[in-house]
Design a protein around this ligand. Sequence first.
Ligand SMILES: Cc1cc2nc3c(=O)[nH]c(=O)nc-3n(C[C@H](O)[C@H](O)[C@H](O)COP(=O)(O)O)c2cc1C
Length: 374
Amino acid sequence: MRTEICGQSPLLPASSMAMSSFAQQFGVELPLIQAPMAGATTPELVAAVSNAGGLGSLGVGYTEPQAILEQVARVRALTERPFALNLFVLPDDFVPDMAAVAHARARLDALMEREGLAVRTTLPTRWAPRFSEQFAALCEARPAVASFAFDLPTPAQMQELKRRDIRVIGTATTAAEARAWAERGADAVCVQGAEAGGHRGGFLHAGETPLIGLFALIPLAVAVCDGVPVIAAGGIMDGAGMFAAEVLGAAASQLGTAFLACPESSAAEAWKRDLATAEDHHVATIRSFSGRAARGLRNRYVEAMEGAADELPAYPVLNALTAPLRRAAAAAGRADLVSEWCGQAAARVRPQPAAELVARLMHEYRLARRALAH
Ligand SMILES: Cc1cc2nc3c(=O)[nH]c(=O)nc-3n(C[C@H](O)[C@H](O)[C@H](O)COP(=O)(O)O)c2cc1C
């Protein structure tokens, strides 16, 4: 259909319109978002991407409110451009099944003992920061863009964001979730294909972990989003991939793993090194670190916990239990016991400063677009 409408290079005019409207709407120059990556994005990374014309995103899902405000101040000291703050939408309080917690602790402690690490699990004072307090900090910080994963903010929270002129990007892993975000009033929906690194951001479909490939998911989401721009995420590592997403109907691309290896990212050196040598069949969906499905490298810990994932407490309880173990393992140089999240195409990382990576991605994107035009 588009072929008939647009003639010889059918997809370019339509998608470039989507692209420029995305850029206008979000106040950026490029159809490129550096993904929020809680635990790995730094103010330096975010500012470098935003200064280069993309949308840098600070992942603060694990961060307490005061520290969120401090990190935002550091971003603002480095850039005047728009950037995004990203939160996990969760209930404020969790009442876990303490028998399941005890079972998980016994299993984790036994594993640490077998591996010769002195660290043991403890009961944290809180399982996760309170979302309502993080949300209040986000409103106070007033970034140009707020992005969310794991659930929808309430209608009242959406109104609060609109009142403060904060644009909203929601994460969806299925067409139904994309529609839910569009109906809730999101300014754009980021569809997370099965290829995506890190936690699955979905919230419908209890008891399932939808893993829909990005090529299928983009057009499915575009069809139900009623004109709300769709952003593509998952396994995109170069400008040709960004352009492919655009051809399928995406208004912009969100890349996470590609930015993990930048010097500005706070991923551990061992993690950065392991990305480059990751074999595609060792990049898996893993539940045993946090209690929520996430894509990362299969390693010794993942294999040791195989078969136990369904008995373990759900996110964020398991995440809080394993956090001190992961920290101790990292400090002991045991990357094989640490969560190394990454997308399906991790081996294609190109370690370089973020501004250079943005320029390179956009160069490739323009070459791909020109190649299709001829
Ligand atoms: C290390 C890591 C941490 C992530 N943390 C977050 C997060 O805090 N919030 C979020 O919405 N998405 C998070 N994601 C998912 C990204 O938003 C995005 O969906 C993903 O990076 C896209 O796939 P790619 O890594 O192959 O580019 C994370 C991804 C990675 C790799």
